[in-house]
Ligand binder design. Structure first.
Ligand SMILES: [Fe+2]
Length: 383
């Protein structure tokens, strides 16, 4: 690769207690807070209220798990007539992606027929100027605080939509690991699995570059070393800080490469079978590693050190499988109640050029079916 570029405009504030600078970062602007019922229950919404006082003009705390069309429309309905200058997105990927999509809808006046629009291509007006977003992730995995994409799920139509615009990068991201300390065990694991998927997919990606590689390898290394420790010490602030950092680094990596094959396979697992996003992404990783090692061994080898493996595909696949084992994860899709008669359906839906074309090795529909079929293979995945 002779020519490449790396760009990310998000101003990042990282560290324990960094949320306390929120007021100073916002200045005299009026804010709308978009968050989840969980943030309100845990007291984080109140913390933001206390920090911002009268400059917080409204709170919408009804974002649903997996950012949905109905969440976005509900924000629009409740907030439409209020005057505010910026949006604070507080929560996991659901809050951040809802905020981005709402910002796009708000700036476009495109609320009507949103589902229809998302099905085709969201149309941005010429003078598109969305309100700036301050992203405060309270999970460690989504990376959405440093990307220009928003993912919206239509669980009724079993579809996943994306919006994308350079002006939808958050203006600032506040990564305060203390906000993740109460995240339950499963959510901690699934979020971190999303991050390791982002990191690996940015490595075996046609759009990779030397900077995205550095971020991705460091993210994998941190998650490999510290996630198994964290799940047995959920209140350990140092371990929480490491995983929050890994999530950020993985986010920076895929903010420039986009995701790829694992995310592509994950979407039908979420829309049709309800698997949490991070879990669904991680299930095919071992098989994709093996697939990509055939044509693109050099790309795969750069992950060896991070996985504490030697550079053979067997060693890397084995270490990755061991990581999942230490997390108590079942990699066989049958475990999640999915029948192997669904292989063709999953493979059809997973083959989307938007993502599969990013994969470093060429891949066709049959290759995907082989990968998906292997996810039902008892011998391969009997852990
Ligand atoms: Fe993801």
């Amino acid at each position: 690769m002779s020519k490449w570029k790396f760009h990310n405009p998000v101003k990042i504030h990282f560290g324990s207690g960094s949320i306390n600078n929120l007021s100073a970062l916002i200045g005299s602007r009026k804010s709308l807070l978009i968050t989840t019922p969980g943030s309100t229950k845990r007291g984080t919404t109140s913390l933001v209220r206390d920090l911002l006082g009268n400059s917080l003009v409204a709170v919408f705390d009804e974002v649903e798990p997996n950012p949905t069309l109905s969440s976005v429309l509900a924000v629009s309905k409740n907030i439409r007539r209020l005057m505010f200058d910026n949006i604070i997105a507080l929560g996991g990927g659901s809050a951040l992606d809802t905020a981005k999509t709402f910002a796009a809808v708000d700036a476009s006046g495109n609320e009507g027929g949103l589902a229809d629009q998302l099905n085709h291509k969201f149309s941005y007006p010429k003078n598109f100027t969305p309100k700036p977003i301050i992203a405060i992730p309270t999970t460690a995995g989504t990376g959405s605080e440093v990307t220009m994409w928003g993912t919206i799920w239509d669980m009724v139509a079993k579809q996943k939509h994306s919006i994308e615009h350079p002006l939808l990068y958050p203006e600032q991201a506040i990564l305060d690991p203390d906000l993740t300390i109460t995240l339950p065990r499963d959510e901690t694991i699934f979020s971190a699995l999303d991050a390791i998927s982002h990191a690996m997919e940015s490595i075996w990606n046609k759009n990779h570059n030397p900077i995205s590689d550095i971020f991705a390898i460091e993210a994998i290394s941190i998650i490999y070393d510290y996630l198994p420790q964290l799940i047995n010490n959920l209140a350990d602030s140092t371990l929480r800080s490491y995983i929050h950092r890994a999530s950020l680094l993985a986010g920076l990596a895929f903010s420039n490469t986009k995701t790829g094959l694992a995310h592509s396979i994950s979407y039908p697992l979420t829309t049709h079978f309800g698997l949490p996003h991070g879990l669904a992404c991680s299930l095919p990783l071992v098989q994709i590693l093996k697939f990509n090692a055939v044509e693109s061994a050099d790309r795969i080898k750069i992950m060896a050190k991070a996985l504490r493996a030697d550079t053979t595909v067997e060693s890397m696949a084995s270490e990755l499988t061991k990581l999942f084992e230490r997390l108590g994860l079942h990699l066989n899709l049958s475990y999640y109640g999915i029948d192997n008669s669904c292989v063709e359906l999953i493979s059809d839906l997973a083959y989307t050029s938007e993502r599969t074309d990013n994969n470093i090795s060429s891949i066709n529909r049959n290759d995907i079916e082989t990968i998906v079929r292997s996810l039902f293979d008892e011998e391969k995945y009997n852990i």
